[in-house]
Design a protein around this ligand. Structure first.
Ligand code: DGY
Length: 330
C-alpha cells in the first residue's frame, strides 16, 4: 500500500520527523526560511497532510488548492495562522501541540518579567560599553517582584503556570482577566478575576497569555498603557499583534510604564530600525518561549502523531476542531 503524501514546512526535531518519515511519503522543506506562499500552494496540491508552522498562512484558498488534504498539523499550541472554520467546512482536521510547552513558556514570561524589572540587559550593555567605573548607589535601580501584584490576561495553562510561579515563589498577589472563571487558580493561588481596566490599574506586572482574535488584536494600545502604573512592567509571550507596537514604544519612551519584556513582536521579525529597539527599557527575544529541548521534542512528537492520525482518518491526539468528525472528507 502506498504511503500518504505529506508536506512538512520546516525541519523539526527528529522525535517527530522520524515518525513522519516512516509512516508517510514526506517532503520536507529544508530551508531555514518558510516556504514562500506560491511554493506552499504548489507543494500541498497532492498532499493528504500538511505539517505547518505559525509562519505558514493556511487559509481557504490554500485548502482549496489542496484538494486531497485531510489534516493540518500545526507545530505550535497557537493556531491563529490557520483558518479553522474554513478547515472544518472542508472536513479537514486541525491539530496543535498544547501542554508540552506550558512550563517553558511560563518560565520565559517570568524571565522577561524579572529581566525587565531589574534592568538586566540595560546594565549588561553599560558594562560591556566600558561605562562601569564604580559601584553606583543611584545606578540601575529597578522594581521588586516580591509581594507585588501580577495581572494575567488569559488564565489558561500558561497564564496559570506563570501565576503559580509568582504566587508560590515570590508571594505575589494574582489578578486575572478572562472570559472564563478559573476556579483552580482562585482556590490555589487566591487569584481574583477582575475586569480589564482593574487589571491595568492595579497590576505591577501585566502578562499576556490570551489567543490572538478579533477581540484581542490591538488590545494593548495607547489608552491601555495610560491606565497602567508608571512603575508597571508589560510582558507579552503570546502573540505580537495583541499590543500596538507604536503605542508601546511611546509608553516606554515617555515613562507611562517602567519597562516591557516581549518574546513576540509585531511584525515578526522586528526590523532593526523599529523604534522599540532604540529603547533601553525593553527586553526582547525572537519568539523563543517554547525553545527548550524537551518542549520542542514533545511538540514534534505530538505534531507527528496528529499528522499521521489525520491522514489515516483517526482522531487526533490534540484536536482543535473535533467537530469535523462526521463531515464527509473530500
Ligand atoms: C506556540 O506554540 O504557539 C508558540 O508561539 C511557539 O511555540
Amino acid at each position: 500500500m502506498s504511503k500518504p503524501r505529506v508536506f512538512v514546512t520546516r525541519v523539526i526535531p527528529d522525535a517527530g520527523l522520524d515518525k513522519v518519515k516512516s509512516f508517510c511519503d514526506a517532503e520536507i522543506w529544508t530551508d531555514p526560511l518558510p516556504p514562500p506562499r506560491e511554493i506552499l500552494m504548489e507543494k500541498v496540491r497532492e498532499c493528504e497532510g500538511l505539517l505547518s508552522l505559525l509562519t505558514d498562512r493556511v487559509d481557504a484558498p490554500l485548502m482549496d488548492q489542496a484538494g486531497r488534504l485531510k489534516v493540518v498539523s500545526n507545530y505550535a499550541v497557537g493556531f491563529n495562522n490557520i483558518d479553522v472554520d474554513a478547515a472544518t467546512k472542508r472536513g479537514i482536521a486541525v491539530g496543535n501541540t498544547p501542554d508540552v510547552l506550558t512550563d517553558a513558556t511560563a518560565d520565559m514570561a517570568f524571565c522577561l518579567m524579572i529581566s525587565a524589572a531589574r534592568r538586566v540587559l540595560e546594565s549588561n550593555a553599560y558594562l560591556r560599553q566600558g561605562k562601569w567605573k564604580t559601584w553606583e548607589p543611584m545606578g540601575h535601580i529597578g522594581q521588586d517582584l516580591t509581594g507585588r501584584t501580577l495581572g494575567v490576561l488569559g488564565m489558561g495553562r500558561i497564564g496559570s503556570g506563570l501565576a503559580h510561579r509568582c504566587h508560590h515563589g515570590w508571594g505575589m498577589r494574582i489578578l486575572y482577566t478572562d472570559v472564563y472563571q478559573n476556579g483552580t487558580a482562585e482556590r490555589e493561588l487566591g487569584a481574583r478575576r477582575v475586569d480589564f481596566d482593574t487589571l491595568l490599574a492595579e497590576s505591577d506586572f501585566v502578562s499576556v497569555h490570551t489567543v490572538l482574535s478579533p477581540e484581542t488584536r490591538g488590545l494593548f494600545d495607547a489608552k491601555a498603557f495610560k491606565k497602567m502604573k508608571p512603575t508597571a512592567v508589560f510582558v507579552n509571550t503570546a502573540r505580537g499583534p495583541i499590543h500596538v507596537a507604536e503605542d508601546l514604544a511611546e509608553a516606554l519612551k515617555t515613562g507611562e510604564i517602567f519597562a516591557a519584556g516581549l518574546d513576540v513582536t509585531n511584525p515578526e521579525p522586528l526590523p532593526l530600525d523599529d523604534p522599540l529597539l532604540a529603547l533601553p527599557n525593553l527586553v526582547v527575544t525572537p519568539h523563543i518561549a517554547s525553545a527548550t529541548v524537551s518542549s520542542r521534542n514533545a511538540m514534534a512528537e505530538i505534531a507527528a502523531d496528529n499528522l499521521i492520525a489525520g491522514v489515516r482518518g483517526e482522531p487526533l491526539r490534540a484536536w482543535v476542531n473535533p467537530e469535523v468528525t462526521g463531515k464527509p472528507r473530500r
